[in-house]
Design a protein around this ligand. Structure first.
Ligand SMILES: C[S@@+](CC[C@H](N)C(=O)[O-])C[C@H]1O[C@@H](n2cnc3c(N)ncnc32)[C@H](O)[C@@H]1O
Length: 315
């Protein structure tokens, strides 16, 4: 696990927050650390600090095996993914603990590596069925889930983009990634998106098949992107086979369009594919209205199913 590698530890690790999304509000983290502050002077404790420059990204506290938990482990606390106020509270609390000088290790990592390590932890928890009690879903074979034709279809879109002078670079977000069929095409093109999807079983399947990168995959509702990412966090935002988009359910998809725009940088590439012309017209209208400049591209083929129409443009 990346986290153990970064910190040079062999023991088990557990995050106090039960999901990636809870890392935004860190209620348990703050509550627990406040508790630790009350007895830190009285008891011998072992800490590892993770920092970027002078900013504390994370704090680990060692727990010895006992009757309740028969293995040694580290509890991991982080404020790195939290909103601005909670992050400040986390840093103030950890600073107040660090004056007791109990640091066993003080490790410098980039905030990006730390974020990858946190993502990976929750991905592994998901794929190991630790987040879904009583899951009875059995793994399926790779061939019954993933289709090379579909992956190639997505790859071909990037040839068209290149001809049109649009090619993604920098920080890439893929929304509604499903089990990673479209993400696989991006990986093969050398792109390394952060892939988000609301359906945890779809993500689990993609992780289980070794398709999705556990460090860059998050279970997340794309209608709430702006709750988790600052404005301008991505240089390219994309989504493949969005929909079905109808008049009666279009609000969901328009919401996703608005959210992607809000986390995209000025000039960011925006790319969305759908199955039918009416669907892309609905999405494009919302993007144009929000000031995105771009075009609808007819990508129809004889099969008439996947990625038949797409919108490409820039914020
Ligand atoms: C047709 S699938 C496409 C999956 C993948 N992009 C592909 O091309 O194979 C559409 C995906 O959108 C996801 N989705 C729908 N609403 C969502 C939301 N609010 N947030 C994130 N994902 C969502 C669905 O769960 C589904 O996996």
């Amino acid at each position: 696990m990346l986290l153990q590698e970064l910190l040079g530890i062999d023991e088990e690790i557990y995050f106090v927050e039960e999901s990636y999304l809870a890392q935004r509000t860190i209620e348990r983290t703050l509550d627990y650390l406040n508790g630790v502050r009350r007895f830190v002077g009285e008891q011998r404790m072992r800490f590892i600090r993770v920092r970027e420059g002078e900013r504390t990204l994370g704090l680990l506290i060692f727990n010895s095996a006992d009757e309740e938990v028969p293995v040694d482990f580290w509890s991991v606390f982080t404020g790195a993914l939290a909103g601005a106020y909670s992050k400040k509270d986390f840093e103030a609390l950890t600073d107040s603990l660090l004056i007791f000088n109990l640091l066993e290790k003080d490790i410098e990592v980039s905030s990006e590596s730390w974020r990858d390590a946190v993502n990976e932890y929750y991905s592994l928890m998901l794929v190991n069925r630790n987040l879904c009690q009583g899951c009875t879903v059995r793994p399926e074979s790779y061939g019954s889930i993933f289709s090379e034709n579909r992956v190639n279809r997505v790859t071909e879109i990037f040839n068209i983009l290149q001809e049109k002078g649009f090619y993604p670079e920098g920080r890439i977000l893929e929304v509604c990634c499903g089990n990673g069929m479209s993400t696989l095409a991006l990986y093969r093109l050398g792109l390394n998106p952060l892939a988000v999807e609301i359906n945890k079983c779809a993500i689990c399947q993609g992780l289980e098949q070794g398709v999705l990168n556990p460090q860059k995959t998050v279970v997340m509702d794309a209608t709430a992107l702006s709750r988790y990412f600052e404005p301008g966090s991505f240089d390219a935002v994309m989504g493949f086979m969005l929909g079905l988009v109808y008049e009666f359910n279009k609000e969901l998809w328009l919401n996703i369009m608005r959210e992607t725009i809000s986390v995209a940088n000025e000039g960011a590439l925006m790319l969305f594919t759908v199955s039918s012309k009416p669907e892309i017209e609905i999405l494009a209208e919302a993007l144009f209205k929000a000031g995105v400049k771009g075009e609808i591209v007819d990508n129809t083929d004889s099969e008439g199913t996947y990625d038949q129409w797409f919108f490409v443009g820039r914020k």
